[in-house]
Design a protein around this ligand. Structure first.
Ligand code: ATP
Length: 883
């Protein structure tokens, strides 16, 4: 172990010089091109195998993964030197939509009907994902390049940059870490930069976890992917960016649809305590399986801090190969997350550096910090149960562990300033210029006749409207009729942000993070709590047993424990991490053993529990007029309602036809509402809001919208920045765990590990040392270098490994082989055989509601597993599924 530690220390520091952003991925695909919106498929051919299938200019190669709503394929863009792209094919209508369609069929629509109801949940989700991804252009975010959305096709195709390195593999099948500590740190730096950008854009990712972090082919760069459950908040965008920087696409109706705010989504193991605060607690300690304790307190606001928590869980996972909170069922995990503390193994990383234990002695002087003391300090601040006290990204970025091996941290901080990326963003004009200008098309085939007429009625007017507003495009327009239109590069002029502008960004960014100033303290003022004695291996083993709730049921947390509310004790931020549940030992600085969660390596055990979701837990929005709840007469409106009110009914109608043309195109370049908009031919009937209220009383996901929009800008901004919690409104109780999408689904064990993934089924190479040289992005990281990504039986990573002198050494020996003692530690509470395997197989299944089971049957599962294995092992075959 000592040898491993010293070899790590001997590693040279990483130069701070970040690659020139302008020469990286974003110039490879011209960052300011914007996302191409294509509304026509020219040549959808369906040969029997995937290979050779073409959609427009894209030639499919093979499937790389299977998501909840569709498959992801590697394809080549034949118009760009066969550049690799990933194409996600999503059906507009999933099976799960049928029930909700039946439920909603007879409901009249109104301006209050959430878009999710109008579109169907699957289509709504995909459109939201697209709307969010369209806003994003950053070296550490997977880029959306084109959306092919032909109304006459039942699938929508999202063309993205291809990340040939695949998901981050972070644990072996025996739950040991796969990455060295310094490799983990580099991944973290990338994720922090990506998250920082997301939050600035007003987007909460909501599903940060290793499975959603993809490597580029050269494994130099990690990018955040999967925005399927992400949330955009206009108010939060305002708070982060400032009024002057709000862009037109920030008001895209699908982004502004507030029905999403009432959902809680993500992966159970990674959910923050504030998300699961209102999940009824299952009283397992008293063996009364149906005894539920519903927390009385109001649910705290869901803010960007949930991403920071999830990042903490991810960091823990990468370091230790296990997750910090474990339980045998979904309810239990929420209780554990809310109320129990965590502990750490003796060693971390593939290189088995000593952690020093969770409660080690605080370093006396700056410079005395060890790798272990630093990372535990960071983990404590990330896994702070009180969201208001949780470390901010700004602080994470400056944390000494994050900066540890950089030779010039200040330079790195300077080069990775948010403003550097913002200056490269496409302007709204540029984005519009890149849109497809297909106005009208005619398919004379009998099968398509009806659909063609319908598509015409839907599409022609808005697109004409769009055309009229773009003088520059008019010339091309005539040529583009009926064909896919590529971006018009000629008039894509980069909109450089002026220095003053950039300063403005920074100014707002810093000052809206009002928590930052308070919490921003030198490292040595905080955190690694001084404990009288380091925890011994024997104690840790005992705690492991204690942490394994299968072996020993843990006591229920005290009834009124609300970790996020336990903050006003005058203690330091770090002290809030003190275990909050279980018996306390007065006079002992050591935390109560029974409260420590030494993560079990086995959690996929136990049997499914019946879902306790009952009607009593489903919020029933009041049917009274929402305005009556605001005696001052100024009824707070939802962003959607405000927008509707402001821009009039013609624009409201446009939101009913978001498919027909890109929304930003619908609203033109001269400001919202600046020109008339043609209503779609199929404008839905309207109804008044009271009617809407009464007809949606059982749908929590609809409830906030139905409540007449009680989320004011100020309130939502408050939920973003934290301290103004006093403004929290009663309807926050509606921030629900229950999406209501699959109410009939029962729970099962797999739900617990959904998305944890990251299991290596075959030897996975470590990141090459050379990759450590890069912390921001790499040149040409869109797609894989020819010859590496498409080797059918050998991944690009393996190819790199073959060239990496120490690669085999790193991966051939597992920690267990190197240190049997450590292995015995790790295997304590270890899963039965197949646990890791199973988790890996199910890793890509994800629930959009923690209490909703992922709906799958055995055959789907095997397809998923197969795809997943192929993706992981880079052994690709003809999947035989249709795209
Ligand atoms: N741009 C990409 N490059 C390479 N692989 C990708 C890319 N996007 C997704 N994948 C892989 O495809 C698989 C499915 O991805 P996808 O995002 O559809 O799954 P998901 O997280 O279940 O999403 P959703 O639930 O929204 O459908 C994953 O294994 C992922 O690693």
């Amino acid at each position: 172990m000592a040898a491993a530690a010293s070899s790590s220390r001997a590693r040279p520091p990483v130069p701070a010089t970040a690659p020139d952003i302008r020469n990286s991925v974003h110039s490879a695909f011209s960052q300011h091109e914007g996302v191409v919106m294509t509304h026509q498929i020219r040549n959808l051919e369906r040969p029997s195998s995937t290979k050779g299938r073409m959609i427009n200019q894209y030639e499919f190669v093979h499937r790389v993964g299977k998501g909840q709503h569709g498959d992801v394929y590697l394809a080549r863009d034949t118009t760009r030197d066969n550049m690799d792209v990933a194409i996600k094919c999503v059906s507009r209508k999933a099976k799960s939509d049928r029930m909700s369609k039946l439920r909603k069929r007879n409901l009249p629509r109104s301006s209050n009907t959430p878009l999710v109801d109008q579109l169907g949940s699957t289509e709504h989700k995909i459109r939201k994902e697209i709307a969010i991804m369209k806003k994003l252009s950053h070296p550490h975010i997977v880029r959306l390049l084109e959306v092919i959305d032909d109304r006459q096709n039942d699938k929508i195709y999202m063309v993205m940059e291809y990340l040939a390195g695949g998901e981050i593999k972070w644990r072996t099948r025996s739950d040991n870490p796969l990455l060295r500590v310094d490799q983990t740190r580099r991944i973290c730096r990338d994720v922090i930069l990506g998250l920082e950008y997301l939050h600035y854009q007003g987007i909460i990712h909501r599903d940060i976890k290793p499975a959603n972090l993809l490597w580029t082919a050269d494994r130099r760069t990690v990018k955040i992917t999967d925005f399927g459950v992400s949330t955009f908040s206009y108010a939060q965008r305002l708070a982060a960016a400032g009024k002057g920087i709000i862009k037109e696409d920030d008001t895209d109706p699908i982004l502004m649809d507030e029905s999403d705010l009432s959902k809680t989504a993500g992966t159970p193991m990674f959910l923050a305590p504030e998300i699961v605060s209102d999940v009824p607690m299952l009283d397992v300690a008293s063996s009364s399986a149906l005894s539920l304790h519903t927390p009385a307190r109001r649910k705290p606001p869901i803010t960007k801090a949930i991403d920071i928590w999830a990042f903490g869980v991810t960091l823990y996972g990468l370091l230790f190969g296990i997750l910090p909170f474990n339980a045998k069922n979904e309810f239990e995990i929420y209780r554990v997350i809310r109320s129990q503390d965590w502990d750490v193994p003796d060693t971390m990383g593939l290189d088995q550096l000593p952690t020093g234990g969770r409660y080690q002695r605080r370093p006396r002087r700056p410079g005395d910090e060890t790798e272990g003391s630093l990372v535990i300090d960071l983990l404590e601040r990330l896994l702070e149960k009180d969201a208001r006290k949780r470390i901010t990204l700004e602080e994470v970025k400056r944390h000494p562990w994050i900066l540890r091996d950089l030779d010039s941290p200040e330079e790195w901080l300077k080069e990775t300033r948010l403003s550097n990326y913002l200056s490269l963003e496409p302007s709204p004009d540029e984005t519009r210029s890149a849109m497809s200008l297909v106005r009208f098309r005619w398919f004379p085939t009998p099968q398509r006749l009806g659909r063609g007429i319908s598509a015409f009625l839907r599409n022609v007017r808005p697109q004409r409207s769009f055309r009229r507003t773009h003088r520059q495009d008019d010339e091309d327009d005539s040529r583009d009729v009926g064909v896919h239109s590529a971006p018009n590069f000629a008039h894509l002029s980069r909109q450089q942000t002026s220095p003053g502008h950039a300063h403005h960004h920074r100014h707002h960014h810093h000052h809206h993070s009002d928590r930052h100033e308070k919490q921003s303290q030198p490292y040595h003022h905080s955190s690694v709590r001084e404990k009288p004695k380091a925890r011994t291996r024997a104690e840790l083993s005992r705690n492991k047993s204690a942490g394994d709730i299968n072996a020993k049921p843990l006591p229920l947390p005290p009834k009124n424990v609300e970790p996020w509310a336990a903050s006003n004790t005058g203690s330091s931020p770090s002290s809030s991490s003190t275990p909050v549940a279980g018996p306390s030992r007065s006079g002992s600085a050591k935390p109560p053993e029974s409260t420590l969660q030494v993560p079990s390596r086995s959690s996929r055990v136990g049997s499914p529990l019946p879902s306790p979701v009952s009607s009593s837990q489903v919020s029933t929005p009041t049917t009274e007029n929402p305005s009556q709840q605001f005696p001052d007469g100024e009824r707070p409106r939802s962003m959607m309602s405000n927008w509707i009110r402001r821009f009039g009914s013609t624009h409201r109608q446009s939101s009913y036809n978001p498919i027909s043309v890109d929304s930003s195109a619908s609203f033109g370049g001269s400001g919202l509402g600046a020109r008339p908009h043609h209503p779609p031919a199929t404008a839905p009937p309207s109804r008044d809001s009271a009617e809407g209220l009464s007809s949606h009383v059982t749908s929590r996901q609809s409830s906030i919208s139905m409540m007449g929009g009680k989320l004011t800008k100020a309130m939502r901004a408050a939920s973003w920045t934290g301290p103004e919690f006093a403004h929290a409104r009663p309807s926050e109780d509606l921030t629900s765990l229950y999406s209501g999408e699959r109410p009939d689904d029962a729970l099962d064990d797999d739900t617990l590990l959904l998305g944890a993934g990251g299991v290596a089924h075959s030897p996975v190479p470590s990141v090459p040392n050379s990759a450590l040289l890069s912390t921001v992005s790499s040149a040409n990281s869109i797609g894989a270098p020819a010859g590496t990504a498409h080797v059918p039986t050998m991944s690009a990573a393996h190819a790199i490994l073959a060239r990496t002198p120490d690669g085999n050494a790193e991966t051939s020996g597992t920690p267990s082989q190197q240190d049997p003692g450590a292995m015995s530690q790790r295997s304590c509470g270890s899963s039965p055989a197949g646990h890791g395997h199973g988790a890996g197989h199910h890793g890509r299944l994800r629930t959009t509601s923690p209490l909703a089971k992922v709906s799958y049957n055995q055959s789907e599962l095997s397809v998923s597993s197969e795809a997943s294995c192929r993706h992981r092992g880079r052994v690709y075959g003809a999947p035989g599924t249709s795209c």
